[in-house]
Ligand binder design. Sequence first.
Ligand SMILES: Nc1ncnc2c1ncn2[C@@H]1O[C@H](COP(=O)(O)OP(=O)(O)OP(=O)(O)O)[C@@H](O)[C@H]1O
Length: 973
Amino acid sequence: MTLWGFDLGFDRLTVGLFTGLTYGLLAVGLVLVYRSSRFVNFAHGAIGVFGAAVLARFATGMPYWLAFPIAIAVAGGLAAATEIGIVRRLHRRPRVIGMIATLGLSQFILVLALLVSRDSFSGTTYPKPPGLPAFSIGTTAVGSSLTAMLLLTPLLLAALAFFLRRTKYGIGIRAAADHPDAATVNGVPAPRMATLAWAVAGGIAAFSAILLTPTQGVQSIESLGPQLLLRGLAGAVIARMTSLPIAFGASIGVGVLEQILLSREGAGFVDVVLGLAILISLLRQRQGGRRDEQSAPWPRQERRAPTTAAKIGLTLLAVCGIGLAYVVSNATATILTTICGYTLVALSVILVTGIAGELSLGQFGFAGIGAAVSVQIAVLTGNMFLGVTAGCAAGALAAVLVGIPALRLRGVALGVTTLAFALATSGWLLRQPWLLGDGLDVPYPVWHDYTVSVATDYYLFALLLLGLGWWVTARLSGGGFGRLLLALRDNEEAGRALTVTAPLRKLQVYAAAGALAGLGGVVIGFSQSQLSINNFPAAASIDVVAVAVVGGLARTGGALLGSALIVGLPLLYPLGIPGQAVLTLGWLLVVLLMPDGLGGFFSTQAPRLWRRLRAVVARRFAATPAPPAAAAPAVTAGAVLAAAAAAPAGAAAPALAAAAAAAPSVTGDGVDASFAGQSTTTVSPHGLDLDPRRLWNIGRLPAEPLAPGEFFAPLLEVSGIRRSFGGVRAVQDATFTVTAGEIVGIIGPNGAGKTTLFEILAGFTAADGGVVRYQGKPVTAWTPERRAKAGLVRSFQDARLFPAMTVRENVMVAAECGNPAHPGLDVIGDDRPERAKAARADAALSAMGLGWLADRPVGELSTGTRRVVELCCLLTLRPRLLLLDEPSSGLTQADGRALGDLMLRVRAELGTTILVIEHDLPLLSRVADRLIAMDAGTVIAQGPPDEVRNHPAVVLSYLGTDEAAVARSGDLS
Ligand SMILES: Nc1ncnc2c1ncn2[C@@H]1O[C@H](COP(=O)(O)OP(=O)(O)OP(=O)(O)O)[C@@H](O)[C@H]1O
């Protein structure tokens, strides 16, 4: 039976069912691992192949059915070792790095598998399970391996279900995966359960690889690596990476679909369809709001202008690079050109992944598109310059087109989608006749009537383009645009709350990176006489991520280093399988041990060596040893605090600034300024109580007070707002109004729906129904940044801000609303918007008495201090309505009182209306005009504070469950 040329016959479906079983097992393992570690193990398929290799080796010396469980156990052990040795080690690093490490591990394990047994890559020589019948279904021959698959898979799944549901360890795995903290509290060792989950998944992967391999022809690392993974991922993603049965069932569908598609189209078309299925499935899965997967923070990235030594180093490097053109052979020049091309693509990875924090595995796909378009245009127009420009533009356009749907995805989801894109590009898109087709003859580049036909000359041209790409990357990552990307990488929600248009910024960086990758493709493209799909394999997209990580994701120069090592070395000196294994292991170790890559290692070690060298030379030549410099008085955190305490009224901030500037290092506890005590400046053991009347000079903030006529108008009208998460009704029919100039408190027990309501008001979570009106306009469909620009500004419960950035840089992000960063201006070196923002941030910080903290990374500050900094950022936005989420949590009682004063002053001096979620009832009773009480998602009372506090429903639901609140409210009466 056929439909539109696709074969839907029984045989096809049978074959599809069998392959689907394998994909199903793969998907089950991926889901199991994802649930316990929250990332995709790209080495999952490779671990299975390793198990298959172990069986092939053992089956020669012992019975097959004895080698079978041993091979599965070895694969399980390897997976467990991966979890312990790699995943746990990278626990404190961003999740993207963990996934990249498993990409490297995947390649390493595949090479190891080859070393253990070459048979694991060839179906014809691979051992088949003995003692099982072979038969035919229709015209489909079912060998003993497929029989084993058919018989053993249901048994394996039943055993797995029994293990997970009925045994102590299985229940432990599920509990630790779904609620790690609760599991730990209840005595379930979450880390050990994760290791067990990995081991089980590894065993399953080996089971399927052992039975699948005999049914295949000769396999390549590529078909066993990314392609197989994509098929497993499709089912896992459809199952939302949570349900094992759905993942298995969906994968069987994937197997059947693949066979139907293959009856008319090539394997590349299957990649396209699967990629689209994954994308649609991910887009349909509603993002979970603030409870999205949280990743460990990115390390702080020093952003300094290049030192003289760095400039000299770069010049020397350029001179050496040019000099090489005159000494190397044409063959070596071609390899050097390839290194330049890969470096350019790796620079694009640095922009997207290193700076913007988004894992893109598709950058080499953009390079392929750029190469194909540039060659086509150069042939068509005879103009090389047009060809290069078109190649960059095509790379940028493709990146934006892929980026638009991917805007709603991040982390794991984006990595999976771009992997699918890389496979679809090399398997289908680039094969289209309007791109590479069956191969393109590449003309010699022509430069001002000079035909570049010698490889060494072309290498110089490649070097020129590399210089251009390097310069653009350095300018983009070091300027205001780069800082904005770092901010969004650290905390996208906070960025949007401070008016940063995250989608636009991301599209800009995708476009810039796409253009760079396109340029890399151009360099590689014109270095070939015949350009074909073989120049742009999907695996190169992974290699290029490895290049960027090994060189250092934050280091522009690292891309060249990584490219020379990972791409250049094997081309210059063919390494063989053992050499390749050592090289892959080497880059894996760099990922594990050097967070900043080799580039970071060298750039920190080189100055140290230089200083030592200078000291040795100085000792040699000095006639008399110089007397030791008088020890600078040690300025400790205590001294900073004492300086503040001793400073006369009005002089505390400058005194603190002076002391802080002199302090060599201040620990996290020391760098701590909390809200003020009532009247005098005092030093507390945990922080510094500052006097708000001295330091909180809100009147000097660059914010406009509200026009008197705007008072007493309804500023916010909320009607019928509701939102559910699965079966949980977080907010139900919330209806209330906030009048301009009011301070309104929202109270309610934990889980009452207060934060969800705030998320909806600020635009971070979509409501299921109801309307939010702000200044008379319905804003329900507005983005968070649009609301923030209109003055509807929110704070966050954790006040995390952008931990890897300094206090000044944080406030500069808030100052974006007046002086937005522009990538074009950064590239040409116009830093006027930057200077304007820095000045505005400094004014705001000194107005709020925070000037002395300006250069401290926010991640080092205590929660209380971060709240002050967050408030400074928010006030810089000139808010009309301030939504504060538990601003007093993390503050001492005295600081809480000062916070109350501050809220009153913000309203009095700036005319800002405040809606505040608080558990501190005494504080609210003092400052709020009205209270709104919520319970189980519903507004249960609203009115003057006394009335609401004594409302029977409130007493029952809120005070009745929170002893601390009862005690505190008792203080009031
Ligand atoms: N993204 C989400 N996914 C699933 N459930 C959610 C999500 N956001 C909120 N919830 C659920 O909605 C309910 C209300 O949560 P919410 O955080 O809004 O309450 P809250 O009153 O702010 O509590 P708290 O004082 O602890 O912050 C809770 O049961 C919570 O588990």
